[in-house]
Design a protein around this ligand. Structure first.
Ligand SMILES: [Zn+2]
Length: 242
């Protein structure tokens, strides 16, 4: 039992040191992640605008072809006007001419408005690009800073992580999961001890009877206020001295 309690405190100590290394990185990992997400969304933005432009261009080309065809027919109809033999034919032909004229006009208007939106899209893309470039520069700087910090502590981190693995392997599974659960809920500190008759985690007084029981190192106790695992000073001092 003594070892069971001791390994939990050892795990706590290692995790605290790992947390300290993590803290050295400050907000950088977060900032990098956020920047990456923003950059991706801007890139997607530009891509979708460019896709829209491509489609617009394709549509305009199709319309141009259609307009050309209509203009050809128009020429033919107009030529035929000189050959009509009666009013009925004349009316039918002028109707055809008017109709074709309308279609040409409609397609030309559509192309104008497509060209307008495409131009607007170009302007929007041009506005996004410098913002994107600035973010990319910012990301590069932050990534480099982060890399430097990580590199400076790499050896210690590897050492701690290896140590953690070997300690973790000796912790009982249920102990480990409650340790991790408390650690997550209690700001990283899952194991506390008794300091001046109080839980070192929450500073609430631990009843003297319970303090005595904890000193026996033969049971797993939880602080009745904060829920942290409580180990004796004997254990913490032993581990701290190692
Ligand atoms: Zn407590």
């Amino acid at each position: 039992m003594y070892d069971r309690l001791k390994t939990l405190y050892e795990l706590q100590k290692i995790d605290e040191q790992l947390d300290e290394l993590e803290a050295l990185r400050g907000d950088l990992p977060n900032a990098v992640r956020e920047l990456e997400a923003k950059i991706n969304s801007l890139k997607e933005d530009i891509e979708s605008k460019e896709k829209e432009q491509k489609e617009s261009l394709k549509k305009r080309e199709e319309n141009e072809e259609e307009i050309e065809k209509l203009k050809e027919s128009q020429k033919r109809f107009k030529a035929q006007l000189y050959q009509v033999r009666n009013n009925k034919e004349y009316d039918a032909l002028t109707k055809e001419i008017d109709h074709t004229e309308e279609n040409i006009k409609r397609l030309e208007e559509e192309n104008d408005s497509l060209a307008d939106s495409s131009k607007r899209l170009s302007e929007e893309i041009e506005e996004i690009k410098p913002v994107l470039d600035e973010m990319k520069d910012d990301l590069k700087t932050k990534q480099a800073d982060l890399k430097e910090i990580i590199k400076a502590n790499e050896k210690e981190e590897v050492k701690l992580k290896t140590l953690r693995k070997s300690v973790e392997a000796t912790v009982k599974k249920p102990d480990y999961s409650s340790y991790m659960r408390i650690r997550k809920a209690k700001n990283g500190i899952a194991v506390a001890t008794i300091k001046r008759s109080a839980c070192s985690g929450c500073h609430n007084i631990v009843p003297s009877q319970r303090q005595l029981e904890i000193r026996r190192n033969n049971r797993l106790f939880y602080c009745e206020y904060c829920g942290r695992i409580l180990v004796s000073v004997e254990i913490t001092e032993t581990v701290d001295a190692e």
